[in-house]
Ligand binder design. Structure first.
Ligand code: TEU
Ligand code: CA
Length: 556
């Protein structure tokens, strides 16, 4: 196997709770996934990134782990896991595990011990501090899910740190025993035969020892001060030495607060850390028009802003490092609703256009379940329909503490709640979109009657078949994997257009991000030559682009 095989790979993310339910309890599970592997084979992907399947009380749908070496009961058993892994491998599909080690669940054995007494051997596995003299929190950090990042524990009269929910206490990476335990756990999974790891919020694990307040950012003091801490690279290099370098893995670190320059420290060739990272520059909402309430009321980026970000990362990592390419995941609204146009008229073309723009870039593409069908935001109208801890907390805060009208807050959730990505996978036009025989844990998007895998698999022109073709092109053409990226028309209000070049091979990518007909500017007409590799309209001309048109030419 080529050492950097992951450069040729396309990854598909499964959010198990919402993928396929095999036993009618309304919750997706491992047997459900095993039953759908043929579907993924048909799509053509190489790797599955499996969101957490470990034992968890589900305060944050599995991102709060109470046992790293056991399977969540609702998802099945370790035997079910092994069966899934074997079947995936038999089909040539690799499995990448989600490693959540910035924090555990408060129900993890380590934390149960830790909170018992200040002398407990596990006390120092977590971050405990005395109250300030007035009884207040040790500093002003805020949880990503609203409120203070500190929770007071009566028993030992100290606060513990949690950058996310209060049921997600942060591990103390300064403690060597914590690090050893994490590496042992990862080795255990490697020995089982898994093929890679996605690291949850890995840039946050090294805290500054004195835990300073830091600067006030946006509307509060936030835990952003924790990103890229003083020992982060030491930890990742240690992890690489002890685990990652010993197996032929694919690794990606979820990396809030990292820019394209800093990224090279995480995924540069000679760094011995990770293969690639997920940055947030294009999914945090517009930077030009920041919201008063962070991501909640920031508009999505328009094309010029999005293009600037994507091009900056392409160029930033052109010589060293490697990009991950994504527009959606389980934390983000559906990309066709956010960056495209999900009206009946333009949903399919705009979904295909976005896919073209991303899949022709240099890097490893990540497809989030249902993206390959052009699934849309459900835009739930009632707070009772939301399930996500982040959404429920912000709803409380904005309606109660900030006094915003309910309608306004629901308006925010409809566009950016993480639940937009978490509605059940739409398999067919039958009951509950074929996701479950029972009552789904979260409502199915009613548009499943129109948008579902069954329908798309029997339609040659579907979004599904378009993704299949994009994946196939990447597997067949080295220029798509390794070619140099060159941006064209950096100031154009509507077009994202670039070339990729590898020695004497060249492709030309042209995407219209607007719903208007756009004349093809003089400067790029010279590139309209050679064969059309892929396009989202049956016919493409050389004078103008139709709404959301995308076309790729093989120039040489
Ligand atoms: O997400 C971390 C993260 O920084 C954000 O995307 C977060 O989801 C939030 O939306 C900020 O507004 C990771 C996981 O992907 C997420 O599902 C978990 O909830 C979180 O870490 C905690 O483990
Ligand atoms: Ca189930």
């Amino acid at each position: 196997m080529k050492k950097d095989w992951w450069k040729n790979a396309v990854v598909y993310q499964i959010y198990p709770r919402s993928f396929a339910d095999s036993n009618g309890d309304g919750i997706g599970d491992l047997k459900g996934i095993t039953g759908k592997l043929e579907y993924l084979k048909e799509l053509g992907i190489d790797v599955i990134w499996l969101s957490p399947v470990y034992q968890s009380p589900n305060a944050d749908n599995g991102y709060d782990i109470s046992d790293y070496q056991a399977i969540m009961e609702e998802f099945g058993t370790m035997d079910d896991f092994d069966e899934m892994l074997d079947k995936a491998h038999a089909l040539g599909i690799k499995i990448m595990m989600d490693v959540v080690v910035n924090h555990t669940s408060d129900e993890h054995r380590w934390f149960v011990e830790s909170r018992k007494s200040k002398e407990n051997p596990y006390r120092d596995y977590y971050i405990w501090r005395d109250p300030k003299e007035d009884g207040g929190t040790p500093n002003r950090w805020e949880s990503s899910f609203s409120g203070s990042a500190w929770t007071y524990d009566e028993k030992t009269e100290q606060y513990y740190l949690h950058l996310f929910a209060d049921k997600q206490p942060d591990l103390n990476w300064e403690n060597e025993k914590v690090r050893e335990a994490v590496y042992d756990m990862m080795t255990w999974w490697c020995k089982k035969g898994v093929d890679g790891f996605r690291f949850d919020v890995i840039t946050l694990i090294s805290k500054q020892p004195d835990l300073p307040d830091g600067e006030e950012i946006g509307n509060g003091y936030t835990a952003q001060t924790c990103a890229n801490g003083p020992r982060i690279h030491e930890y990742l290099q240690e992890m690489n030495e002890k685990v990652l370098s010993r197996y032929p893995l694919i690794t990606v670190g979820e990396s809030p607060m990292v820019d394209a320059q800093m990224a090279k420290l995480y995924c540069g060739k000679d760094r011995h850390e990770l293969n690639m990272i997920f940055h947030f520059d294009h999914v945090s909402g517009s930077m030009k028009h920041p919201g008063k309430y962070g991501k909640w009321d920031a508009p999505a980026m328009d094309l010029p802003e999005l293009r600037d970000v994507l091009a900056r990362w392409q160029e930033g990592l052109s010589e060293d490092g490697w990009n991950s390419l994504y527009l959606s995941n389980h934390d983000q609204p559906r990309c066709v609703s956010r960056f495209g146009n999900d009206s009946a008229e333009y949903r399919e073309v705009s979904a295909k256009m976005l896919a073209t723009a991303m899949h022709m870039l240099k890097g490893t593409p990540y497809i989030y379940q249902g993206e390959e069908l052009g699934m849309t935001n459900p835009r739930f109208e009632k707070i009772e329909q939301y399930r996500d801890v982040e959404s429920l907390n912000i709803y409380e805060r904005l309606t109660k503490e900030e006094g915003l009208p309910e309608k306004t807050v629901i308006g925010y959730l409809k566009e950016v709640s993480r639940d937009n990505a978490r509605t059940p996978m739409q398999w067919d036009s039958g009951k509950n979109a074929g996701f479950t025989e029972g009552n789904p844990w979260i409502d199915v998007n009613p548009d499943y009657v129109e948008i579902n895998a069954g329908k798309e698999m029997s339609d040659e022109d579907s979004v599904f078949h378009y993704y299949q073709k994009l994946i196939r092109l990447r597997h067949e053409m080295d220029v798509i994997v390794d070619g140099r990226f060159d941006l064209l028309l950096p100031e154009d209000p509507n077009l994202f257009t670039y070339t990729r070049t590898l020695e004497d091979e060249k492709i030309f990518v042209l995407c219209n991000f607007s719903k208007n007909v756009v004349d093809i500017p003089e400067e790029i007409r010279g590139y309209l030559q050679g064969d059309v590799l892929i396009s989202n309209y049956k016919e493409t001309g050389t004078d103008y682009l139709k709404p959301y048109e995308a076309v790729v030419y093989q120039i040489s």
